[in-house]
Design a protein around this ligand. Structure first.
Ligand code: DON
Length: 587
């Protein structure tokens, strides 16, 4: 017998409310039940690094990057300057996650409320073809993940320069030189040493990567001092000469020559033709808030909006009060519906038609209509959004960082070289870790990428096209257009679902951003049809999800998030995920 759907059960809560004008019911003033988390200490510390202040705030995944941002603020820089400087420092101290050989998406809010979306996503070379990762018709996922063919034209420096020129205050060179200095002087590797050890086999296939990261064939320790003089010189030259040095000068030449000699296809023309693009931010409504996300080639903005649109039907706070497991169940249900749409519809909107109807509230109500309280429902395929033939988006291992200041500048920025150390290649003489972002394309229909994601024609390879991304920098504003929170993460598709849970925890459950980020998470990406849960999720919640039919698999950290929250009294609260050793700072 079918149980009554959740939609029917909560109709009373929905009737009389319109999207974006959800009234706070009286029970909401009662305290929420405390969530129990198991074994957190064995996975990661249960508390986020958190800091509050009224002048400025920053959260990044590395202490040196957060400290650099603080120095820039103190020197009179705004949140854009601080983010650019922190980003460059991450290239040096956290190069396995992101760097100038990779790409990024940045959302920047100016004090007048204007939000700019800067797309520094990597791009396929002109010689790229849809079948470049097939041999005799058989997909070769290794080629899109490691080595010269995996590399897309990096977008990071173009995006940072555009941010700095258009929206920053301090001179460009001042933002790069601190990173150059640390690259030269060296720093203690800390957790990075473990990442090098875990990737030593593949890194050692590439002589320059081996020379820099595994000198003498020796695996580094946390106390190893990593000096990167070539990267220091690259950063210094870019500081003095700007992006030209990277895209039309010696760096493009050195990378293209090296990749071609190793069997790659990128040319100096591919570099010369690269530009960071301005996109139109994607703004949707959630419980009276404006949620600003990143449009394609990010999938994150659309999917966070889709999931929130479905959740709008449910009174999460009330549901949580009655049974916290039901909130996790609802999250998993909306995740699989959104992810089924991702696999079919999404790709670079400059190349493929991504329907605007994907975020239509009516469509999302329809997608959510079969969600039931007591059991999970299989999702057989993608939905059919309204006007899918006529209304489209577009004008025709990773890290998230965030900064804000009292003037009203806000940055939410996610940057990546894709998986740990990207292609595993460092172009000789440059110190630059080259990305493997080509693996974010769908190399053949139904063939999973490194994150198990499948895609379709919309995300097939084409010359000059940008691969679909899960990076989801997000800014949430209140009805007066004032910032409420920022969030974003690293972790492939888990970025999207992590961002969703952080927003719901702050907006629906009233939790501060540091708790919201630290709390255990769940993830469902439609294929494979399994519910991933972090292993410190409470056992009773886990059993409850299993009873509802979810194929539950426990895992360690799902994603690493950073966020900011405006506390309403002029105070900014910054939070860095306890799952990594990030640092939040504020003054
Ligand atoms: O853009 C994307 O979706 C991926 N390249 C992100 C990779 C990632 O988050 C790896 N982090 N752990």
């Amino acid at each position: 017998m079918l149980r009554r759907s959740f939609l029917q059960q909560t109709t009373a809560a929905v009737v009389g409310t319109t999207l974006g004008s959800f009234a706070t019911p009286s029970w909401a003033k009662r305290p929420l039940p405390a969530e129990r988390h198991g074994r957190a200490h064995r996975l990661f510390p249960s508390d986020a690094s958190a800091a509050s202040g009224s002048k400025f705030a920053v959260a990044t995944v590395h202490e040196l990057a957060s400290r650099t941002a603080l120095d820039i603020f103190r020197a009179g820089g705004n949140a854009v300057d601080a983010a650019v400087a922190a980003s460059c420092m991450l290239s040096v101290v956290d190069g396995h996650n992101s760097g100038i050989g990779g790409g990024c998406f940045a959302l920047v809010r100016a004090p007048d409320g204007q939000i700019t979306a800067i797309d520094g996503r990597e791009q396929a070379g002109a010689a790229a073809t849809p079948d470049m990762f097939l041999r005799d018709g058989q997909p070769q996922p290794k080629w899109s993940q490691t080595g010269p063919l995996a590399v897309g034209v990096p977008g990071q420096i173009a995006a940072l320069q555009r941010m700095s020129k258009q929206l920053g205050r301090l001179p460009w060179r001042d933002l790069l030189l601190p990173a150059a200095e640390v690259a030269d002087r060296g720093f203690l590797m800390g957790r990075l040493a473990k990442v090098v050890a875990a990737n030593a086999g593949e890194l050692s296939q590439f002589p320059e990567s081996q020379r820099i990261l595994l000198p003498g064939g020796k695996v580094p320790t946390a106390k190893t001092l990593l000096r990167q003089p070539e990267l220091a010189e690259t950063l210094r030259q870019i500081a003095e000469q700007g992006g030209e040095y990277f895209y039309r000068g010696p760096i493009a030449q050195q990378i293209a020559t090296h990749l071609q000699a190793a069997g790659g296809i990128l040319t100096t023309d591919d570099f010369a033709g690269y530009e960071a693009k301005l996109r139109t931010p994607l703004t949707t409504q959630y419980r009276g808030h404006r949620v600003v996300g990143f449009p394609p080639p990010s999938s994150g903005g659309i999917h966070v909006a889709q999931m929130l649109g479905m959740l709008e039907l449910f009174d999460l706070r009330q549901v949580f009060q009655r049974d916290p497991a039901s909130v996790y169940h609802l999250w998993l249900e909306v995740m699989q519906r959104a992810m089924a749409d991702r696999a079919h519809w999404l790709g670079d909107a400059d190349y493929t038609q991504v329907p605007r109807g994907l975020v239509d509230p009516g469509y999302l109500f329809q997608l959510a209509a079969d969600i039931q309280y007591g059991q999970t429902r299989p999702v057989n395929g993608h939905g059919l959004p309204p006007e899918a033939e006529s209304q489209f988006f577009g004008d025709k291992h990773t890290t998230h960082l965030t900064t804000a200041d009292h003037e009203g500048w806000v940055v939410a920025m996610t940057q990546t070289v894709n998986t740990s150390f990207g292609s595993k290649m460092i172009a000789p003489g440059t110190g630059i870790v080259l990305n493997n972002e080509m693996d974010d394309f769908s190399i053949a229909p139904g063939v999973a990428n490194a994150f198990g994601l499948i895609g379709a024609q919309a995300n097939a390879i084409a010359p000059g096209k940008r691969p679909l991304s899960s990076m989801s920098p997000t800014i949430v504003l209140n009805a007066d257009n004032q910032p409420v929170l920022t969030c974003g993460a690293a972790g492939g598709p888990r970025i999207i679902t992590t961002t969703l849970q952080a927003i719901c925890r702050v907006v629906d459950l009233g939790q501060p951003i540091d708790q919201a980020i630290a709390a255990p998470r769940v993830h469902q990406q439609w294929r494979p049809a399994e519910a991933l849960i972090e292993s410190n999720l409470d056992e009773t919640i886990k059993s409850s999800l299993e009873q509802r039919g979810h194929q539950v698999r426990a895992t360690g950290s799902l994603a690493v998030a950073q966020g900011l929250q405006w506390l309403g009294d002029g105070q900014l609260l910054a939070a860095a995920d306890p799952r990594a050793s990030g640092t939040a700072l504020a003054e």
